[in-house]
Design a protein around this ligand. Structure first.
Ligand code: SAH
Length: 346
């Protein structure tokens, strides 16, 4: 066992191979994986059915990724925001969002973000590093342990970071969370959200997984989208939209477009018509998100009437749409409000 890796980054086969290499029997792998995913163990120390020598050896060779809880805030609407410190001092946020029918866990894929969208707090501190697959999985295990495992019904890669900028680790984590003897979460209940990295969308289409794809669109034309999202200069709509349509065609899954409603900017009748034209004739839907205020940005949330009018306009054009109600705004846990090391200050 010379190659270092955290235990939660390893698939069952990889872990079994590691154990075999140190002369351990294969049933140990089953036992340990059960401790992790069924019995919510977060350390080898807790695995009381293992010999002490094995526990010590594993803790030294394939340690659990270190996630030290540095804060937990509960919103008046029941949303819970966890702040975790990683082994190297980086901070990440994970948000549990309960509703009556389903409860999603919103997880981070990177410490910080490179993409600098003009409305999102996550990019303000810049990018620090990718998370390992194990650090991604650990967020789920820790949150499950905190709120009760059965309560987490859906996983959304909508926390800090751009999942397709950390493609391999994100996909590995998604597979581990999906595995029947792992996280046991159906692929259709796992959503990956991207700011529009076309190569990532194309790769995901080839994976043969039923993962939900969500694309942060936020503007219906290149002029406005490039103004709000610098990534659009690299992957403009003429490349992004065909990649999304190909994804829907290849996977037969509906693609969701996240669309922020910013007062007087993105929710005009003209914008609704342009957006409808992008959606027409294929398996897509729009999820409208009223802008959540971030102090550093000059934007405002539109009035309720403007939100409803925009939605009505889209529906008049035949677009399938949903309206996301803001969750956890009072604890800075709503979409776009997560940022690097946020809890340190409060
Ligand atoms: N990088 C990925 C994952 C982040 S998901 C992506 O861009 O999709 C976070 C979601 O919240 C994205 O749809 C993002 O555009 C949205 N968001 C960011 N800032 C926001 C804000 N101030 N108000 C509402 N939604 C916001």
């Amino acid at each position: 066992m010379h190659q270092s890796a955290d235990i939660l980054s390893l698939s069952r086969d990889e872990f079994s191979a590691r154990l075999a290499a140190i002369g351990e029997k294969s049933y140990r792998a089953v036992q340990i994986i059960e401790w992790i995913y069924e019995r919510q163990a977060c350390s080898f120390e807790e695995m009381s059915s293992l010999p002490r020598s094995l526990r010590d050896r594993l803790a030294a060779e394939v340690p659990f990724p270190q996630l030290t809880e540095r804060g937990r805030k509960v919103s008046s609407d029941g949303t819970v925001k966890f702040l975790f410190e990683l082994a190297d001092g980086q901070m990440i946020e994970t948000v549990f969002i309960p509703t009556e029918k389903r409860s999603a866990l919103c997880i981070s894929s990177q410490a910080g973000c490179k993409f600098g969208c003009g409305f999102c707090a996550s990019g303000l501190g810049g990018w620090k590093r990718n998370l390992s697959a194990g650090e991604i999985v650990a967020q789920v295990l820790r949150a499950r342990r905190a709120v009760a495992p059965e309560k987490v019904t859906h996983i959304v890669f909508m926390g800090v970071g751009e999942p397709f900028d950390n493609y391999d680790n994100v996909l590995k984590a998604a597979r581990l969370l999906n595995a029947a003897d792992g996280g046991n979460i159906a692929a259709r209940r796992i959503t990956i959200s991207t700011c529009g990295l076309v190569p990532g969308i194309k790769r995901l289409a080839e994976e043969g997984l039923q993962i939900e794809l969500s694309v942060s669109l936020h503007a219906p034309n290149d002029r406005l989208r490039s103004q709000l999202m610098p990534v659009n200069k690299k992957y403009p709509l003429r490349e992004l939209m065909p990649a999304c349509r190909a994804y829907a065609k290849e996977t037969n899954r509906q693609v969701t477009f996240e669309y922020i409603l910013i007062k007087d900017l993105t929710c005009t009748p003209a914008a609704a018509a342009e957006l409808a034209a992008l959606m027409r004739g294929w398996l897509s839907k729009v999820n409208l998100i009223p802008y959540n205020p971030v102090a550093e940005f000059p934007y405002a949330t539109p009035a309720r009437e403007a939100v409803f009018a925009f939605r009505q306009e889209l529906e008049r054009w035949g677009v399938i749409c949903t309206l996301r109600s803001p969750r956890g705004r009072d604890v800075g846990a709503a979409c776009g409000q997560l940022r690097l090391g946020a809890g340190k200050r409060d």
